[in-house]
Design a protein around this ligand. Sequence first.
Ligand code: ZN
Length: 357
Amino acid sequence: MNNEQRFWHRLSGHLILAGGALILIALGQFQWGTAAESTEPMVTAVSTPQPIAEAEETEATPTPLPQGPLPVINDNSLAPLPNPRTYQTKLPAHDFQMHEVARGETPNIIADQYGISADTLLGGNTWLSQESNQLQVGAQLVILPVNGVLHKVRAGETIESIAELYQVPAADIIAYEPNNLEFPFYRLVPESELVIPGASIGQFYFTAPKSVATNAAGEPQWKVFGTGTYIWPTNGRCITQFYNGFHPAIDVSSSEGAPVYASDTGTVTYASFASGTYYDYGNLIVINHGNGFETFYAHLSSIGVFPGQTVTQGELIGFTGNTGRSSGPHIHFEIRDNDFRTNPLDRLGGGYQNCVG
Ligand SMILES: [Zn+2]
């Protein structure tokens, strides 16, 4: 295209656009015109055929409302009552502090930080079983602001029945402000949680540890020392995997949940679901015997001790299980001599059964 052609081409383009705009304006005015004219009732407008040629323009016309009185429905069941109001029960509004258990902490150490009793740790965290203490490093604890129990409301319960359950005055539950119990009905919402001040659900199964001091090099100075003798960690003697270079331990088969005992006296240094180095061990307890020896108890179903706790030879420390890399309930037991994994059968007395294969 030369310049002249280009000029005409552009000009014609502009003319088409301008023409289109004019048509649109004209149509719009026509619309505005009909709207301005409709001083008559809208019903008339509907019965009159639309004088607008363009189909899309009719879509813009609003659908008229039906005229005349509204139909009477002879049913007042859904009619609002005079002065309607929804009674909405307030939910408890707690704002609990949380505490992450650190190594070496005991229930008393934690409770003292918050000015509550150790039993209140149990009261705020009812998942902590009394028989099998799950209080271990990393556990997240709800810290109740007062001594008591956190109670989850069940359907049908009343303030009176809950007060009766915990043997505390109902007035104390009502008076605890964050419970949000409203006079006069003190309605309870099932599944909501109330703090029951002064209540208790029992005491921790926990033996206070002896303090473990550290020497100048920062190494623990064990206050508790092993006897140097080792007893079987379970009642079973059925060995499914012996000690070898690839498996520097023994596996003793067991039913799920059989008791596990401290093989010798010492201090618990690990009591948790294993991570990091101990990845495959599942729930693991490690006891340091203070004499260079450690014992390892792996794949447990539950742990009954706390890091820092001292245990004596033969003390119940947990229960057998199938956690971690394990193909069935058994205990994986190691005796380490200054980090070297020795053959436990060299130190365990008595006979055993060969259950391999
Ligand atoms: Zn094993």
